[in-house]
Design a protein around this ligand. Sequence first.
Ligand code: PMP
Length: 282
Amino acid sequence: LLLENRLIDTRVEQPSASLHDRASQFGDGVYEVIRLYQGTFHLLEPHLARLYRSMEELEIRPAFTKAELIHWLYELVTQNECKEDAIVYLQISRGAQIRNHVYADNLTPIVYAYVAEKERPVTLMQNGIHACIEQDIRWLRCDIKSLNLLPNVLARTNAERKNCQEALLVRGNTVTEGSQSNFFLVKQGTLYTHPANHLILNGIVRQYVCSLASGLGIPVREEMFSIKDVLLAEEAFFTGTTFEILPMTHLDGAAINGGVVGSVTTALQKAFQDSIAVSTMQ
Ligand code: PMP
């Protein structure tokens, strides 16, 4: 299956352009990871809405319309004959410029995207994952999906070395999110997650899970909480485009809910699964 990294559009003609790409020198750009189930985009619109918001916040001005971008993305999937569970990685750099902290305002953004086969994490979804606490040392604009991911990379690598599948980030007394996911806990039947402010990325699956919860009559509260709250929680899980809904059964070795995946988590996973089945039938 032809799902290798393929460029759909490199908007810089000069061969040396990549050397001067502000994405590689400053992490000056934004990205999205979008899900495909059996070759069908899932939640494409909210991903693009967030991409445009990220670009606006950074004054990256695309030289293409949203309709053109959507066209390229569909072309990428069709040309690669993608009929599998996959992801599209889409990156937009501010553009190429001789290295200078100050960005010129006439740069042409550099766009590239690839599609890659990506299985759903079925076993982890069923059994849950172990996580460890890491300090959230990121900047104060985590709401922008920027290419600057060093703190996330360091936290996630530390987690891997501790045989954990995700790092739970903590800023002061507050649990913010995962290194590559959002975080929820269940307390007295109510879902809690960090408010969508500058301290977290407002995940597309986070928002989707909140709406699924409402549909199931599960109350949702966007409030801050501490590690202690997590340890006392009835259930806890991470969400993300590749994670979907991953139960956290252990935090720094301590079992949550006796290390068993809880019923609220399972109900949300089922609702999510049902929605995929509907979207891939269309
Ligand atoms: N927070 C962070 C820091 C992330 O990197 C991600 C994954 N991109 C998420 C949350 C989850 O976002 P989404 O549901 O849009 O994949």
